[in-house]
Ligand binder design. Structure first.
Ligand code: G4P
Length: 534
């Protein structure tokens, strides 16, 4: 490879940071995203992302269902520049649109920002997403939000993260008061106090006044009791807290913590600056050839998400690809590992919110959208140069299970075809009963939306109206050692045994208590919450 191209790729990697936000609905993900974009100059006034969201509902010709339900199914990648960096924010669908895509998006991220509501602490969706991050040892940065409202003590929140997630914590900044008495944060990196000035609904980037902690003037500006408390807590952190260890952060073992208020735009820039210093640049991905470094000379990438019907007029599908190494260029020709086909990548797209613009090139850590006339499946590798295959994306533990029935026998073929295509696309996992009399598929999903999408698309694209029969299970476990291990256990009353699309045994339980009970009775039985990649 020409030395200048190698340098170009190395520089691009050096200047890129990519992350996803993991949070529970309402913690403030949209608000924080918006404020980050504001700093990055990608938008000029807060409210734009939300406005765009609602405007889309009014004007978008995108999936009817999205309009009917007022939700956003499209996961997008937001790109902005700050301080010489190009930042890629991968949007993780949440709320009612929580689906397996939310998990898969994390497969394309190098860092995660865990956003927590100060009053609520850790919440269920955050924990689930955290577990997926842990599987990949992603570095996790914590932003504790809504400090302008009464919330839980900072030390208590740190303790919760340490105890429940098993992460070491390091507070990069520290709050001074909370709620009505929120006065700002102390930045431990620069040993400065940032005083909080409420800007008009946080619309513009807030002006913060910055003081050295030992400046006598600062003591007149802060409530004396809060100042005394700050000094006391800082002493405690210095004495008892761990030092910041970036190697541990990069292994996903320690989380740097930030406090702020996304709505009033306080602490967001401090966070962004520190994040850019500490975050991992685009990282190596594991493949059959070992780790592929981003600066490896040939272009490689993998599909982490497929989006169908973004524009129903064209019935197109978009495959979202994470660039892992080399340089992507429009119109380049690549190989498709699974099928061995050669593909010309002619209409690449960069996705900014709903707008799609064409791109000419992309580097490791970037996400591109490719039109996909049905050739891509989740986890597929594309490459130039030496044949390579990335590890693939596992199936995540579904929580909703339902028989899908096709009451109209004359539609049998369409039903089969639709189910196969939707399964291959990763819209939903499909399992089957061992009972020969029950031939209909069991849909297995992590969110209700996946079931709705399957029914909607079967009707719209394949002309099959279906009925769902929800099953009373919430937990799936793959039997790691296969059917023989299961036979050794004998009949299991607390679970339903089914097989996945690859014929592997899966146990469906009503709750995790039943899982524990079975493991208590059969300690040698190895069960996995995540399917091995087929
Ligand atoms: P999400 O995407 O994580 O679901 O959360 P979103 O940003 O939509 O925020 C959820 C609610 O929390 C919003 O209020 C938002 O204004 C509020 N919020 C976000 N950050 C902060 C913060 O730092 N402080 C306070 N006090 N509130 C915050 P809403 O009433 O649901 O919506 P809206 O009327 O403000 O649009």
């Amino acid at each position: 490879m020409a030395a200048d191209l190698k340098t170009e790729i190395a520089q691009a990697v050096q200047a890129r940071r990519n992350f996803a936000i993991i949070s529970h609905p309402d913690a403030g993900k949209t608000t924080l995203t918006e404020k980050l974009l504001l700093y990055g100059g990608a938008i000029h006034e807060a409210g734009a992302v939300k406005a765009r969201r609602s405007q889309r509902h009014a004007t978008s010709d995108w999936m009817e269902m999205e309009q009917q339900r007022g939700i956003s199914i499209t996961s997008t990648v937001l790109q902005f520049d700050y301080d010489g960096y190009q930042i890629n924010l991968l949007d993780t669908p949440g709320h009612q649109d929580f689906s397996e895509d939310t998990y898969r998006t994390l497969a394309a991220a190098d860092n995660a920002v865990m956003l927590i509501d100060a009053a609520k602490g850790l919440e269920p969706q955050t924990r689930k997403l955290f577990e997926v991050c842990q599987m990949r040892s992603l570095p996790i940065f914590t932003f504790v939000n809504k400090l302008d409202r009464p919330g839980r003590e900072a030390l208590e929140l740190m303790d919760e993260i340490e105890q429940e997630l098993g992460l070491q914590t390091y507070a990069v900044n520290w709050p001074i008061g909370m709620g009505d008495r929120f006065q700002g944060v102390y930045d431990r990196r620069r040993q400065e106090i940032h005083l909080f000035e409420r800007s008009e609904h946080g619309k513009r980037a807030a002006r913060e006044t910055v003081w050295k902690i030992d400046d006598p003037a600062v003591q007149d500006l802060i409530d004396p009791a809060l100042y005394a408390q700050l000094l006391e807590e800082l002493e405690l952190l210095e004495e008892l807290g761990a030092d910041l260890d970036l190697a541990q952060v990069h292994r996903g073992k320690m989380t740097p913590i930030f406090f702020g208020s996304a709505m009033t735009n306080f602490g967001v820039e401090l966070f962004l600056e520190a994040f850019l210093d500490y975050a991992l640049k685009p990282n190596a991905y594991h493949s059959n050839l070992g780790d592929i470094d981003p600066t490896y000379e040939s272009f490689t990438g993998f599909v982490f998400k497929l989006q169908a019907n973004m524009d129903p007029k064209h019935r197109d599908r978009v495959a979202f690809i994470r660039v892992c190494s080399g340089k992507f260029e429009k119109d380049m020709t690549v190989q498709h590992t699974r099928t061995g086909k050669t593909i010309r990548l002619s209409r690449p797209q960069k996705l900014f919110a709903q707008g799609r613009e064409s791109i000419v090139d992309a580097y490791p850590g970037d996400i591109i959208g490719l039109n996909n006339p049905g050739m891509f499946a989740i986890g597929d590798t594309i490459f130039q140069g030496k044949k390579v295959e990335f590890d693939g994306i596992p199936c995540f533990s579904p929580e909703l299970f339902a028989y899908l029935r096709n009451p109209n026998p004359s539609k049998f073929k369409q039903f089969q075809k639709g189910m196969t295509e939707l399964r291959e696309e990763g819209a939903v996992q499909v399992m089957y009963s061992l009972d020969e009399s029950k031939r209909e598929p069991i849909l297995a999903a992590v969110g209700q939306l996946q079931l709705d999408v399957v029914q909607f698309r079967l009707q719209n694209e394949y002309g099959v109206e279906t009925r769902l029969e929800i099953l009373p299970y919430t937990v799936a476990r793959w039997v790691q050692e296969g059917w023989s291990a299961l036979e050794a256990v004998g009949r299991i009353f607390s679970a339903l045994t089914v097989k996945d699309s690859w014929g592997r045994p899966v146990l469906l339980f009503k709750n995790t208590w039943n899982v524990q009970q079975l493991l208590g009775d059969h300690p040698d039985l190895a069960l996995a919450a995540i399917a091995p990649v087929a």
